[in-house]
Design a protein around this ligand. Structure first.
Ligand code: ADP
Ligand code: ADP
Length: 224
């Protein structure tokens, strides 16, 4: 589905990730785990097409979408992106936020947006504005907006960072359920090992821009 092959990247000559290879298979949730500065966000940005690799290739459904001399623009990748701060449009209602990501317009688009709001359990909030929502509700709008175009892969940057710890547990349960029900593969960034263990089919542990270990949660040794 999403395939990183020996990917390297640098910011103005300073390496950020080097020789990173891993895959996200159909329907899988894969976490990128590691301390601040280890290259997690850069890998998401590379997958999204917001950065170009200096080495290697990224493939999406067996097509090269990123290499040092070719980068398919973000909007042509069919990837959903959920930002850490949700990035909702404050002047648009919930349903208008979700419609924003859709290429179609009219009744089909509205039906799709309402379906996605139902999937994430917030269909009664369609006409509400972001400032009227709790953090958890905003998170679900952001998830609905990312899922509405029915992407093959969704990229999640620290999806629970803005939530308090009790809410986080409930939301991550719901979110996992939504992703699995939709069959959408996900690549998620976190610095929280427990969260990665709970959410992921596989975890890629990074250190200083390189993969330290990768595997299923039960097979990974995690430092306390
Ligand atoms: P993480 O998401 O794991 O915190 P990042 O991918 O943000 O890590 O950063 C990887 C490395 O690249 C770090 O050394 C960071 O300081 C550097 N870096 C990230 N973004 C930029 C940028 N826009 N310009 C220069 N260096 C950057
Ligand atoms: P995160 O914890 O999500 O990685 P950071 O606080 O590391 O976020 O970085 C926030 C923003 O600053 C990101 O957009 C990142 O690309 C940018 N950034 C990180 N390190 C650097 C750096 N050394 N120089 C310039 N920009 C950076």
């Amino acid at each position: 589905m999403l395939d990183f092959r020996n990917v390297g990247h640098a910011y103005n000559g300073t390496p950020s990730v080097s020789d990173v290879s891993f895959t996200v298979d159909e329907g899988e949730v894969v976490s990128l785990l590691g301390p601040s500065g280890c290259g997690k966000t850069t890998l998401l940005r590379l997958a999204a097409g917001l950065e170009t690799p200096s080495k290697g290739q990224i493939l999406l459904q067996n097509q090269i979408v990123s290499s040092p001399d070719h980068s398919l623009p973000p909007e042509k990748r069919g990837i959903g992106f959920m930002f850490q701060d949700y990035a909702l449009f404050p002047h648009l209602s919930v349903i208008q936020n979700v419609l924003f990501g859709l290429k179609t317009r009219g009744s089909a688009a509205i039906a799709r947006a309402m379906d996605t709001l139902a999937q994430t359990g917030i269909e009664d909030l369609a006409d509400v504005y972001p400032h009227e929502l709790s953090g958890g509700q905003q998170q679900r709008v952001a998830l609905a907006r990312a899922l509405a175009p029915n992407p093959k892969v969704i990229l999640l940057d620290e999806p629970y960072a803005g939530l308090d710890s009790r809410l986080r547990e409930r939301i991550r349960d719901q979110m996992l359920h939504v992703l699995k029900a939709a069959g959408t593969a996900a690549l998620m960034v976190t610095h929280d090992a427990e969260e990665a263990m709970f959410m992921s089919d596989r975890i890629v542990v990074l250190r200083e821009g390189e993969i330290e270990q990768a595997g299923r949660p039960v097979n990974l040794y995690c430092q306390p």
